[in-house]
Structures are given as structure tokens and as C-alpha cells.
Write a protein that binds this ligand. Structure first.
Ligand SMILES: Nc1ncnc2c1ncn2[C@@H]1O[C@H](COP(=O)(O)OP(=O)(O)OP(=O)(O)O)[C@@H](O)[C@H]1O
Ligand SMILES: [Mg+2]
Length: 250
């Protein structure tokens, strides 16, 4: 198993407050890792450091090292190159106010693809991979915002896939969805891990147990326990993990 991302001694500060405390984590290539923990423990902040989305937040300081395929993402890569490799899907579906087609073609166009046939191919392939093609193939020119919430989220996943990333970050991708749409996204994530490294935040321990290979439990900015999902849920070692899993807090 190969390390795709290697996080060493990561600290994150918003102004004077330290939100992530000495995080060390390795993410295995072509696997799904779930990040769990109570509200405010730093899961979203952590995910954003992997994509350098905190760079634009004033007064934010990142210490430590994050390597992607051995390259330091803060030193050896610019944001554009990084974000082509590391895509992100947010908690709330956020399609652009344009057509379904244009949402998916947007990224490839930015990366210089102009040929109509090539774009058509990428749009179809990405929508197909995101399990959305059959539902939208007859209405590609319709506004993305006319889709249902679950369809919008799958569109955002298709948009992320269209630039052929290697890593996909997902921040509670199903929290706004009903059980059927959630099941579709879960099925999709299981399929994605054959080709991509997926790191997802979830509040649902059932979801983590269903679809992740590894789980990390965060508490107050600390990574408390991180191991294979089945081991974390069956044999948690830290009292705080045991408490969280048994619903004592969070
Ligand atoms: N831009 C910011 N400026 C200052 N503080 C922030 C900022 N973003 C988040 N925080 C604080 O950092 C801490 C971690 O927040 P974060 O959003 O990472 O938590 P989370 O684990 O994702 O929570 P939730 O489960 O509610 O989404 C919280 O105390 C939050 O208030
Ligand atoms: Mg969050």
C-alpha cells in the first residue's frame, strides 16, 4: 500500500487560536479514509489544509509538512497544480449558476481543453462516473440549479472528477441528502476508490463503517486515534474514542 499523502507535525492557527495540534497522518493510495469527531474539532479545517484552501483566509497560519506523492504541497507546488490533483466536494452542493454541461466542462476548459468533441467526451464520462448521466443526458443545457439536491451533489462530484484528480476531499457530502441519494453517493464513493484516494468527513459513524477503509477520530484539534475502520469501531484503544463511539459526547 502506497502513501499518497503524508502529513507531518501539522499545526493550524486561526489568529492566536490553535485549531489543529500536531497532526501526523498517512493516507493510503486508492482507499477511503473517514474523518470523524464532534462539531468544532477541526475536521473541515484539516481537510482544507490538504487543498490549501486556508491560504486565502486572513490571519491563518499552517505549520508542518504535507506531502503529496513526496512533494511538499506548500513549497513544491502552486495552488493550480495542487487543485488539479486534489479535488474537493463541499457539504452543501454548490453548482455554478450555469448549465449542467458547463458545470462539468468548466475545469477542463480552465486547464486549456477547447475541442468540443473532447469536452463532450469528458462531460459524459464524468457524469457517468458520478452516476448521473442517465438522469441528465437529455437536459445537459438546462441550469444545474434545476436539479434536485442529491443530483446537484453528484454533479459537483462529476465536476470534481472532470479534471481527473488523484485525491478527492469530501466534507460531509451526504449531510444534506435523503437516504436514497445518500446511498447513491456511498455507492459512488466505493467505486471511486478503485481509481482515487478519497478522504471524507462524516458525522455518521454508520457511514464511516460502511464505506471507509481507515478512520481517524479527531477531538479538540487532536487526532486521537487513527487505524483501519473495523479495528477502530471494534477495538478502540483510547477512552475518548470509546466514549465518542458509544455516544457519550458529540
Ligand atoms: N475562518 C475561521 N476563523 C476562525 N476560526 C475558525 C475559522 N474556521 C473555523 N474556525 C474554528 O476552528 C475550529 C474548528 O472548526 P472546523 O470547522 O474545522 O470544525 P469541524 O470539525 O469541521 O466542525 P463541524 O463538524 O461542525 O463541521 C472551530 O472552533 C471553529 O469555530
Ligand atoms: Mg466541518
Amino acid at each position: 500500500m502506497m502513501a499518497k499523502i503524508d502529513v507531518t507535525n501539522l499545526n493550524l492557527y486561526y489568529g492566536k487560536s490553535k485549531v489543529l495540534n500536531n497532526i501526523n497522518m498517512i493516507f493510503t493510495e486508492k482507499s477511503v479514509t473517514a474523518l470523524i469527531g464532534p462539531s468544532g474539532c477541526g475536521k473541515t479545517s484539516f481537510l482544507r489544509t490538504l487543498n490549501r484552501l486556508n491560504d486565502t483566509v486572513p490571519d491563518t497560519r499552517v505549520q508542518g509538512k504535507i506531502k503529496l506523492d513526496g512533494l511538499d504541497i506548500y513549497k513544491d507546488m502552486d495552488e493550480i497544480r495542487l487543485r488539479k490533483k486534489v479535488g474537493m466536494v463541499f457539504q452543501k452542493p454548490n453548482p455554478f449558476p450555469m448549465s449542467i454541461y458547463d458545470n462539468v466542462a468548466y475545469g477542463p476548459k480552465i486547464h486549456g481543453i477547447k475541442n468540443k468533441k473532447t469536452l463532450d467526451y469528458i462531460v459524459e464520462k464524468s457524469l457517468y462516473e458520478a452516476f448521473l448521466w442517465d438522469e441528465v443526458k437529455d437536459r445537459l443545457k438546462k441550469p444545474a440549479l434545476s436539479l434536485s439536491g442529491g443530483q446537484q451533489q453528484r454533479l459537483c462530484i462529476a465536476r470534481a472528477l472532470a479534471v481527473e484528480p488523484e485525491v478527492i476531499l469530501m466534507d460531509e457530502p451526504t449531510s444534506a441528502l435523503d437516504p436514497i441519494a445518500t446511498a447513491k453517493i456511498e455507492e459512488l464513493i466505493l467505486k471511486l476508490k478503485h481509481d482515487y484516494t478519497v478522504i471524507m468527513v462524516t458525522h455518521s459513524m454508520q457511514q464511516a463503517a460502511r464505506i471507509s477503509d481507515f478512520t481517524g477520530f479527531f477531538l479538540l484539534g487532536n487526532l486521537i486515534e487513527y487505524k483501519e475502520t473495523s479495528k477502530l469501531f471494534k477495538n478502540p484503544e483510547d477512552d475518548r474514542t470509546i466514549g465518542y463511539i458509544n455516544g457519550i459526547f458529540g
